[in-house]
Design a protein around this ligand. Structure first.
Ligand code: CMC
Length: 381
């Protein structure tokens, strides 16, 4: 049944257009994937703008002027601190709780404290303000929780630093080098938006009932957690470690494919030839590995890519991001939460677009169960 359409039934909704969107566009051109945010190519954005500019573009529709960016940065920085009740919960949830579960709870708690909590679900300006606060606060919540779960004191946000550098400092305690900041910032830009993927669709479905923006983002975080979606970046790192040396790659991949295992960080529902985000991030990986003077993981990754590529499965964004985050000293359990803290810009842009042009998202199921059954007495069943 894999992906084969039958009489209006499209398993996994593959190829189905559920919404019109002006936020991003994915196409395959000349055998390569092309991704644009609001008409700007991802290659240009990743090399020329930081996460804040990309988030502004997604939420507000255009790249900011210098003045607009200054105001946006000010609003984000002013919103970074967490409300007291959330800080308490971050310290109280069991240390074994998955960081994605904690993030889901955090977004839910942030809804109660939001100054626009009582605004109408259809209030565009209030939704944009909520989105901006979520962008700022999700990053702080992830970092605070990581420190608390490790028995360390949280590091408060630093107003002098941008989104990427401030987050790395809040997690590791150190201000990153400029190359590291740029690579991490680039990864956040690349993760910020990706059309009607599963988590974005979940957010759109939720707000299409005229539920609130935070509920949409809670649904999206829960959806991203799965290993077929955002959870793949953590699994990609485990794959690299399991292979362990360049010489083992060929046999390891052949064995895994023979056992019909999913190789995490490879394949994509839309990109069948190449994921442009993976191409860009691979360059950042090389750069940072060189800066650190240790290319061991690059040397292991290459033959794995070649072996999996022979099966027609290109690496996706999660494959290089796993290595990059390792180089940056980020704990493995934060890889997927980082995807979420970047993607919240795209989720929110989509949720707002959905609400602004709403039609309830309510598909049909094709019934394949038994029919016309009579209800017998309970003792006769
Ligand atoms: N490893 C091994 N085989 C694969 C893989 C993979 N990563 N991806 C696809 N296949 C095979 C699959 O087994 C199937 O083979 P067959 O037809 O013989 O049964 C065929 O390719 C088609 O697979 P599918 O599951 O129908 O394709 P899909 O469009 O649903 O797959 C995917 C998309 C992302 C779920 C899949 O490629 C996958 O599971 N990849 C690994 C998880 C991953 O890296 N996810 C991150 C995606 S990018 C970031 C994000 O959006 O989160």
């Amino acid at each position: 049944m894999n992906g084969v359409a039958q009489d209006g039934y499209y398993p996994g909704l593959e190829g189905v257009i559920s919404s019109q969107t002006a936020i991003s566009n994915i196409v395959e051109r000349d055998g390569a994937g092309v991704l644009e945010y609001r008409g700007y190519r991802i290659e240009d954005l990743a090399s020329r703008v930081g996460y804040e500019e990309a988030a502004f573009l997604l939420l507000h529709g255009d790249l900011p002027t210098r003045l607009q960016l200054g105001d946006f940065n000010e609003r984000l920085r002013a919103a970074r601190d967490l409300p007291g009740p959330l800080i308490r919960v971050l310290g109280e949830l069991p240390g074994s709780a998955s960081p994605m579960d904690v993030l889901r709870t955090s977004v839910s708690l942030l809804a109660h404290d939001d100054p626009d909590r009582d605004a109408a679900a259809t209030d565009h300006a209030a939704n944009v303000r909520k989105a901006e606060r979520l962008i700022a606060r999700m990053a702080t919540a992830i970092a605070y929780r990581e420190r608390l779960a490790s028995g360390l004191a949280p590091i408060p946000p630093d107003d002098r630093l941008g989104h990427a550098a401030n987050f790395l400092r809040m997690v590791t305690g150190e201000v990153p080098s400029e190359a590291m900041r740029r690579a991490f910032d680039g990864s956040l830009v690349l993760y910020a938006e990706h059309e009607l993927n599963a988590s974005t669709f979940a957010a759109r479905v939720t707000v299409s009932t005229l539920s609130d923006l935070h509920s949409g983002i809670v649904a999206a975080v829960g959806t991203l957690k799965g290993t077929l979606h955002g959870g793949a970046n953590e699994e990609a790192w485990k794959l690299l470690e399991a292979v362990g040396s360049p010489g083992r790659a060929e046999a390891w991949v052949a064995g895994a494919l023979a056992r019909h295992e999913r190789l995490m960080g490879f394949g994509h529902r839309v990109y069948k030839k190449s994921d442009p985000r993976a191409v860009i991030l691979k360059e950042y990986c090389r750069e940072i590995a060189a800066e650190k003077g240790d290319d061991r993981w690059e040397r292991i990754a290459e033959p794995i890519e070649v072996a999996v590529g022979r099966k027609g499965l290109p690496p996706n964004v999660d494959w290089p991001s796993a290595r990059l985050y390792h180089y940056l000293g980020i704990p493995l359990r934060l890889y997927t939460p980082i995807f979420a803290m970047a993607r919240v810009a795209g989720w929110a842009a989509h949720a707002i677009e959905q609400i602004d042009h709403n039609r309830l998202l309510r598909p049909r199921g094709r019934y394949i169960g038994p029919t016309h059954r009579g209800v017998s007495e309970i003792d006769r069943r």
